[in-house]
Design a protein. Structure first.
Length: 174
């Protein structure tokens, strides 16, 4: 199966054989397509730095809200990397953790520890960064509106760049 075929169909972290093949083919493609690889790397670095920039704001929220939560959102069923995560991380030379079979979906995420996630926010599945439960949103509304607006703008920029990453890659391998 080609990289285009793998990325053009739903690619999930839980399908380790297809996932690993896509990572391998992507790494090979990145070596052979220098101009496109440079552009892809620049966009991935923008996402990486964007997430790092919003991390303190999110940490302010989760430090207060999540420690009081009785219905943890960080369940194993919700922790999944998608194809854009794969492209973003492989482009930066960051390894995606190996999917661990046999954990109950409703159980806590294997990366959740007593002080939160053990994966750096810049390397987590993006869905873990954008998931905001009602309590988190409610707490966010109590923050200064300038900080909330700044976060929202930056977050929308990150989402747009992630879409550009996939469009650039898919356009380059067709």
């Amino acid at each position: 199966m080609s990289l285009l075929e793998l990325l053009s169909t739903p690619l999930t972290w839980r399908d380790s054989q297809r996932w690993e093949r896509a990572a391998e083919l992507l790494a090979l493609w990145l070596k052979d397509n220098t101009p496109s690889a440079v552009a892809l790397r620049q966009k991935s670095e923008m996402v990486h730095s964007g997430i790092a920039a919003i991390d303190p704001f999110i940490e302010q929220l989760t430090t207060v809200v999540c420690k009081e939560c009785r219905d943890v959102c960080c369940r194993w069923e919700n922790c999944r990397y998608d194809a854009t995560d794969l492209v973003h991380l492989v482009t930066l030379g960051i390894s995606v953790p190996v999917y661990r079979e046999g954990l109950p979906d409703q159980g806590p995420c294997r990366y959740l520890a007593s002080r939160g996630c053990t994966i750096d926010r810049t390397e987590r599945p993006f869905r873990c960064t954008w998931h905001f439960c009602g309590a988190l949103i409610s707490h966010m509304t109590q923050k200064p509106q300038k900080a909330v607006r700044s976060f929202s703008i930056r977050f929308q920029e990150i989402q747009a760049i992630r879409q550009e990453i996939m469009a650039l890659l898919l356009g380059s391998i067709r």
